[in-house]
Design a protein around this ligand. Sequence first.
Ligand code: PLP
Length: 450
Amino acid sequence: LPGDPAAGAAIKATDRAHVFHPWAAQGRIDPLAVAGAEGSYFWDHDGNRYLDFSSGLVFTNIGYQHPKVVAAIQEQAGRLATFAPGFAVEARAEAARLIAERTPGDLDKIFFTNGGAEAVENAVRLARLHTGRTKVLSAYRSYHGATTTAIHLTGDPRRWPSDQGAAGVVHFWAPYLYRSPFHATSEEQECERALAHLEDTIVFEGPGTIAAIVLETVPGTAGIMVPPPGYLPGVRALCDRYGIVLVLDEVMAGFGRTGRWFAAEHFDVVPDLLTFAKGVNSGYVPLGGVAISAEIAAGFEDRPYPGGLTYSGHPLACAAAVATITAMAEEGVVEHAARIGADVIGPGLRELAARHPSVGEVRGLGMFWALELVRDRDTREPLVPYNAAGEAAAPMAAFAAACRKAGLWPFVNMNRTHVVPPCTITEEEAKEGLAALDAALSVADTYTTG
Ligand code: PLP
């Protein structure tokens, strides 16, 4: 593996001197110095290679250093590296066309941002302008980004330190049968009760005050809870009944992650607005956006849209999106993700669950899976408490360390590990990752009490 321990140490020293890392206690982190990456793997300067079961932060859907995407960025850089957003630029127009071709229904106009949080901010702005209402509903178990509106919409504890009061956001409970907020015992019951709870929330908040419901089609960071089949159609019907804009956040679930271009396809639901980022160009250059329905877009034919960004639709990012989407289509990456998920990863994880008492539940689809780790399968007590830190989080830290020791880079959140490799992962690589998980779960098993 190309790498140089002295160079790695120097990079790390400079990083620690000057880089202020997101979400981190700066004095307590020890970031790995990366030497390179290709396909499903990356490596450090000390000769360690990792199979990336996290796809970075769930964004390298096409894997690292895809030659066609790298070449497209280089070509665009040589031709027109940047241009202001108010102009018609080939890469931008083409990226918008390719995205609009794949988004569900009549979501055919694309507003580009630099990432997911800005996409959510602009979706909420569009919904507020469209309805003339201000309130927005979102799920407790959610992550929507770290800018002001997006972090308020977010339900996970990362919201707490930034909470400035409600900011017009009201949270509700979405379906999650394994830890049902509704004490349901079947998917049908969970679905019915979740919809009744959402309607109660709408009625008690005042339907005429609610601009939007913002939901991850399949909640990602919060635990990959694939909703029961009737839930999203039910939410769509409530939005229609009360004149509320439905925003589906597909920043994580979109662009092949669930084995479809967009997760909404699994449920036959067409939102009014759809947010995307990450997989749109596998994060090679920052890009996100909002796909806008014909009706909402029509509202801005004669009045200006009051929002914008200097780098909206940046040519390098859009060239990367064009190349990514084209390569994914040519190489059948979305179908491949569906097949490897259904035939290799899903069955492989269930087989691990059968042998490891620390696995409470396996759930997911495509390249989007979660293992819920527990102390006791009967009580479902999580392996670490909700929002655990320090010593209380030690069992998950030990599990993650065991994964890395086995050559696997895991995605870990609270008491869960998510299996979210690149959508291009081969069957052999997937099996290699499952074997590493097998070893690491034996460490998690030592903390079980059931
Ligand atoms: N929405 C969802 C569903 C996400 O998973 C994320 C990031 O993980 C975001 C929004 C925020 O995206 P970004 O970090 O690009 O701002």
